[in-house]
Design a protein around this ligand. Sequence first.
Ligand code: MSP
Length: 511
Amino acid sequence: MPGRFFLTTPIYYVNDAPHLGTAYSTVNGDALARWHRLIGDETWLLTGTDEHGLKNARAAEQQGLTPQEWVDRTSSRYVDSWAALEVSNDDFIRTTEPRHHLSVQRFMQAIHDNGYMHKGLYEGWYCVSCEAYYPEPDLIEGRLCPVHERPVEWLTEENWFFELSRFEQPLLEWYDGHPDAIFPDSRRNEALGIIKGGLQDISITRTSIDWGVRVPWDEAHVFYVWYDALVNYITAIGYGEDENRFSKWWPAVHHLLGKDIIRFHCVWWPAMCLAAGVEPPAHYIVHGWLLVSGEKMSKTRLNQIDPVDLGAVIGVDALRYHLVREVALGADGDFTYEGLVARYNSDLANNLGNLLARVATVVGSKCGGIGPAPRPAAPGVRLSEIAAEVIAECRDAWARFAGHEALEATWRLVHAANAELEATEPWKLPAGPQADAALGDALEALRIVAMLISPVMPGAAGELWSRIGLTGHPDEPGAAGEHGSLEWGVYPGGLTVVKGAALFPRRTSES
Ligand code: MSP
């Protein structure tokens, strides 16, 4: 039964250019969303940019621009990069948009009116890169931010506090009633650990800057950037504006985020929702870090890799494949260019690319270039049996947010199709039913593979689809007509198969 799938990525700080770390989140989110569209779920993928806060105000000043001019420029880098990486977001939210300001004010006013805010004095150690205060014991050597390892600043302000301390018990109860709310389990324990460790009220507004969303009941203040940012998830689906749309998508959301922002998402945000009278988000998918030589990638560490440049060198599909295939969502993974090229050559060039080239060559020599139909699914028709297993494994893996396992399973079908060809050697058979059966089965395996890889490699999937003579696109069942079905026996035969240039030309580490 088709369902609904609403997935959000974090909204990214615009002072950083898109890098491989942020591309990791976005591409993995996109692959999940594309899978759900493929299986017929009504799907909504949301991403965007987080544009307020001290960092942007300072960066704009350094550039001699107004903050708005600065964020207009920098936000578009994300729009352009995600388009170049074939990200299929349905909306792109910017926190400087009027729709967001209105929504934040509405949401915060509800928290205020429900009696969960008070005014007080705040002093503390603040990391401008994180846009967050840190308790002294969390600092490295008492003076460095634990994330950026750079000096923190002492700030003193009078501001509004959100009474987070009142939500320890309600949050624990909520998590008790929602045991699967955080994936993976280890991150659930981390969030529960933070809550059980005791929650302090948090300062939620600033008077020291005015680049932010104005506090509606006290105009000298703007909301602290993190508070305004989290609200984007409900702004985008019409909170307070379009009740039908909002209740259609909320609270059944999946928030995808990196492990660095668990406290904000899994503790603050659900508490804010409870305080505002909104049901907390149903689900969080917490992924690990992509590391370069063991370190998290970020601008402040100067080890950024531009994902669009890398995509131009290795191919966008190949880069996306690597980002989903290499590490399980949830774990950390080290990124190396050599690793990327090695996997590209073995999985894409040698296995999948070679399978297509082989099948197309022999269809050319034995069938006059016209692809034969597969045999019906039956015990003993090896590829039909393996395809059925692989399709079931893929469904199960994606449902567990394990895209890497879905790809691993898909490659079992690729390997099996290559092995079947080696066993039957259709190139040695006379033209006729035996050669047709072997080639028809291989073409059907390729059709299924095209569909199964389409969430991760939409471009290559489309190319594979058209090379075996199908029209439309493998992830648009409507456009693909009756051929877009995830089961054995759909490839009709009688279509022109084109060999063409190598789908994935071999690469060397030097290229
Ligand atoms: N603006 C906040 C998020 C607000 S969401 C309401 C923020 N932005 S960020 O630009 O720093 O991006 C954070 C997210 O980017 C991380 O949570 C993670 O999803 C992703 N990544 C940034 N660097 C990363 C790696 N090196 N590896 C994997 N993901 C990384 O925090």
